[in-house]
Design a protein around this ligand. Structure first.
Ligand code: FPP
Ligand code: MG
Length: 310
């Protein structure tokens, strides 16, 4: 991870000083480096986890993720990211979008070094990310189940890149095709679980401990698992919450009331339990690996995602 960190700083450099500054802004602000860590962990299941391609692949996924955050904060009109000003707040939407493009192009340049299969995987991942992100802005059709639509969105916008992280690690670390497939599936499930946990935290966290402004999804009217579960309630005691969920929550007073009701609602615990179940499903896929420290680490990784607090 130390090598990845040094390489990332290099990859965020441009011949133009201002571009380097904008592209380094969120990189140096922090971040969990969850995706590159998964690349390295999955590579440990193979015959050559120390291959230089593994480090390159780790940079590819983090740069792609970073690029998507610059764009996402424009879409969400977010003010904070990783405890710092978002790029759109610090500069403006144009700078944020073009910096995201710059980071994605840097990621693509690096992917070319990994060969045509990696390029195809990255392109397909980008398609899934964008489709997921767009579908989030589109209400489900009249015959479509709202929860199924939401899980489809989550699997695209977050599951796909985390699946690719596990897949790249397995591929470039030298695992068998069977293990590559199992770890890709594991990554899809863990990736979706990661996003669902993130959304639960967005409601549950009291302060800006996540480095973001809590309650943003609710304010923006973006559906999340606890909200979808609460919406299905037929309990008359939930009438006020259901009314608020249909209201304009950009109003600070209504937003605070909705957030408080939702935090105290059993839907929060049901959503958490769903995520724990998904982590268990992901861990079961690790049966293709021999028992030992690598499998244990990947199991722990799934557990951390399910019960994360930041
Ligand atoms: C965060 O969601 C957003 C994503 C995980 C994906 C965003 C994807 C795009 C903007 C497509 C463009 C992609 C690239 C590579 C340029 P969130 O808003 O729920 O999470 P948050 O709470 O961290 O903001
Ligand atoms: Mg966002």
């Amino acid at each position: 991870m130390a090598r990845v960190e040094v390489a990332l700083v290099e990859h965020a450099r441009s011949r133009a000083g201002f571009v380097t500054e904008a592209a380094s802004h969120l990189l140096s602000a922090g971040g969990k480096r969850f995706r590159p860590l998964l690349v390295l962990l999955a590579a440990e299941a193979g015959s050559h986890p120390d291959a230089p391609e593994v480090i390159t692949a780790a940079c590819v996924v983090e740069l792609t993720h970073l690029a998507s955050l610059y764009h996402d904060d424009v879409m969400d009109e977010a003010a904070l990211r990783r405890g710092a000003d978002s790029a759109n707040a610090r500069w403006d939407n144009h700078v944020a979008i073009l910096t995201g493009d710059f980071l994605f192009s840097k990621s693509s340049e690096l992917t070319a070094d990994l060969g045509p299969e990696a390029v195809r995987i990255q392109a397909q991942t980008f398609t899934a990310l964008v489709e997921g992100q767009i579908l989030e802005t589109v209400a489900p059709g009249p015959d479509e189940d709202a929860l199924a639509h939401h899980l489809d969105v989550v699997s695209g916008k977050t599951g796909a890149l985390i699946a690719t992280s596990a897949r790249y690690g397995a591929l470039f670390g030298g695992t068998t095709p069977e293990v590559q497939q199992a770890l890709t599936e594991y990554g899809t499930i863990v990736g979706s679980a990661f996003q669902l946990s993130d959304d639960i935290l967005d409601i549950a966290s009291e302060s800006t401990e996540s480095g973001k402004t809590p309650g943003t999804d609710l304010r923006e009217g973006v559906p999340t698992l606890p909200v979808l579960i609460a919406r299905a309630s037929t309990d008359p005691g939930d009438a006020r919450l259901l009314e608020l969920l249909d209201a304009d929550l950009t109003d600070d007073r209504l937003h605070a009331e909705a957030l408080a009701l939702l935090r105290a609602h059993p839907a929060m615990e049901q959503a958490r339990q769903y995520v724990v179940g998904e982590a268990a499903r992901a861990k079961a896929l690790l049966a293709v690996l021999p028992p030992g420290p690598v499998r244990q680490a990947l199991e722990a990784f799934a557990d951390v995602v399910a019960v994360r607090s930041s």
